[in-house]
Design a protein around this ligand. Structure first.
Ligand SMILES: [Zn+2]
Length: 416
C-alpha cells in the first residue's frame, strides 16, 4: 500500500460494486473487439450507481476541458503537464460523455489527479458531479450545420453551469466573445489569448444583441461592456508567455498556432494545480499524434500528414496548419459527419489557391463545386491510393472530415 493510503477515500459499497462491474464490462467489450469498452463499461456502472462518477471523483483534483474544437488535443497536453505532479487519470480516447468519464476513472484506480475532456453539452452535469478545481473553456462554434442559435444556447448553458462553483477556477479563451460571455460570471477566471480564426458565430453580442466590433487582436461590443479581457497568458511565435512575462519555448510535434494556444491553455490549467510552467513545457513536446490526428506516415516515398477537420472552424484551422505542399481534401456526409454539406459554403477555401489540390470522398462533387466558386483548381481522384500515386515523392497533406478521416486511417492500417 502506498503511504498515503489512509487519505484515499473508500467508495461506498454500491459504488464499489458499480466500479468493479464497469471495469469488467469494459474489459469484456474490449475482448469482444467492440472498441475500447469505455462507453459500455461506464454505462453499466452508472446504471448500478447513478452517482458513480461523483463517487469516483472524490479524493481527486479534477480538471475539465471543453469546447467545440481542440478538446482532445488540449486534454492530452494538460494531462502531460499535470504529470509533473503525479499520476493522472484521463479519457485519452475521446469518450467525452459521463459514461466515458466514469469508465476512465474506474479503470485508472486511485489517482490524485484527473484531466477529463467533456462534450460541450455535458459540461454542467460533469461540473456538478466532479466539483473540478479547474475548467478550461476553449471556443464555441457551429458544428457541421448552421447551428448559430445553438452556439448562443451552449454559451448560456456554460454560463449557468459555472454559477455557484466559486472554488472552480476557469481558464478561458479571451479571443472568443461567446466564451468570454459564458466565463465572465465565474468567481475566478484566468484569460488566455488563444485566438479565434472563425468569427461567423460571434458577430453579435450574446448579452445585448449589438454588433461585435473587431480591430486587430481585440474586440468589443458596441452596445454594452462586453469586451476582450486582458489575457494573462499568450502565444508569441513558438513561445508561450506566462502571466509573469516569462517566455517559454514550447516545441510541439503538433502543427499550427492553434496547438501552441492549446499548449498555453494546458500550462495555465496545470499552473492552477501548482505546476511550474518551465517544468511542464518539456513534457508537451512529447505529445505526438492523438488517435491518428496529426499523424505523419511514410508510404511509397511520400510523407503523409493527416489533419482531421470536423466543422467550419476546424477547416479554417487546418488550412493554416497544412504546409504549402500537395493537399488532398476528403469529404463524406455519413451520419457522424452530418448529412448536409451546405457548411462547405461557410468556409473560405481561397487559402488553398496556389497549391496542388486533390479531392476525394463520397461528396467530392460538392467539394468540386465549392472550389470552383473560390476559383481554386483541383483534380478529382477516386481513392486515397490514387491520390498517393498522383503526387510526386515528398509531402502530402490530407485534410478530411470525420468518416473520411477514418477511411483513410483504415487504408493506412490504422496509423497511430
Ligand atoms: Zn453587448
Amino acid at each position: 500500500m502506498s503511504s498515503n493510503a489512509e487519505h484515499v477515500p473508500s467508495l461506498p459499497l454500491r459504488a464499489k460494486l458499480a466500479s468493479s462491474v464497469s471495469k469488467t464490462a469494459a474489459a469484456l467489450s474490449r475482448a469482444a473487439g467492440r472498441g475500447d469498452g469505455s462507453v459500455i463499461g461506464g454505462w453499466i456502472g452508472l446504471k448500478i450507481d447513478p452517482d458513480l462518477l461523483a463517487h469516483l471523483a472524490v479524493g481527486r483534483q479534477v480538471a475539465l476541458v471543453s469546447g467545440t474544437n481542440g478538446k482532445t488535443t488540449t486534454t492530452r497536453l494538460t494531462a502531460a503537464a499535470m504529470g509533473v505532479l503525479g499520476e493522472v487519470a484521463t479519457n485519452s480516447l475521446g469518450a467525452n460523455m459521463p459514461t466515458g468519464h466514469t469508465s476512465a476513472l474506474a479503470r485508472a484506480g486511485h489517482t490524485p489527479y484527473a484531466v477529463l475532456e467533456v462534450d460541450e453539452h455535458y459540461l454542467d452535469q460533469v461540473i456538478d458531479a466532479t466539483s473540478p478545481h479547474a475548467v478550461a473553456l476553449l471556443n464555441l462554434s457551429r458544428d457541421q450545420l448552421d447551428r448559430a442559435k445553438e452556439v448562443a444556447m451552449m454559451a448560456s448553458l456554460w454560463r449557468t453551469a459555472l454559477i455557484g462553483h466559486d472554488d472552480t477556477h476557469v481558464i478561458a479563451n479571451a479571443d472568443d466573445p461567446m466564451v468570454v460571455w459564458a466565463a465572465r460570471g465565474a468567481a475566478q477566471v484566468t484569460w488566455v489569448a488563444s485566438g479565434q480564426r472563425w468569427h461567423d458565430d460571434s458577430w453579435v453580442c450574446p448579452e445585448c444583441g449589438s454588433p461585435i466590433d473587431r480591430a486587430g487582436d481585440t474586440w468589443r461590443c458596441l452596445g454594452c461592456d462586453l469586451r476582450r479581457p486582458v489575457p494573462a497568458w499568450r502565444v508569441d511565435d513558438d513561445a508561450v508567455v506566462t502571466p509573469e512575462g516569462e517566455r517559454l519555448a514550447v516545441s510541439l510535434q503538433l502543427p499550427g498556432r492553434v496547438n501552441r494556444a492549446n499548449a498555453a491553455t494546458a500550462l495555465a490549467v496545470a499552473a492552477q494545480f501548482g505546476v511550474r510552467p518551465a517544468d511542464a513545457a518539456p513534457r508537451l513536446s512529447q505529445v505526438a499524434s492523438i488517435a491518428g490526428r496529426y499523424a505523419t506516415v511514410q508510404r511509397d516515398g511520400r510523407t503523409i500528414r493527416l489533419l482531421l477537420a470536423k466543422n467550419p472552424a476546424g477547416w479554417l484551422e487546418a488550412f493554416d496548419m497544412a504546409e504549402p505542399a500537395p493537399t488532398l481534401l476528403s469529404i463524406n456526409a455519413r451520419d457522424p459527419d452530418g448529412l448536409d454539406t451546405s457548411w462547405l459554403y461557410d468556409v473560405d477555401f481561397s487559402p488553398l489557391a496556389g497549391r496542388r489540390v486533390l479531392i476525394t470522398g463520397d461528396r467530392a462533387m460538392d467539394l468540386a463545386v465549392r472550389l470552383e466558386v473560390n476559383e481554386v483548381p483541383f483534380e478529382h481522384v477516386t481513392s486515397f491510393g490514387r491520390a498517393l500515386a498522383a503526387v510526386p515523392p515528398g509531402r502530402l497533406e490530407v485534410i478530411a472530415n470525420y468518416t473520411a478521416f477514418q477511411d483513410i486511417r483504415a487504408e493506412l492500417d490504422r496509423v497511430n
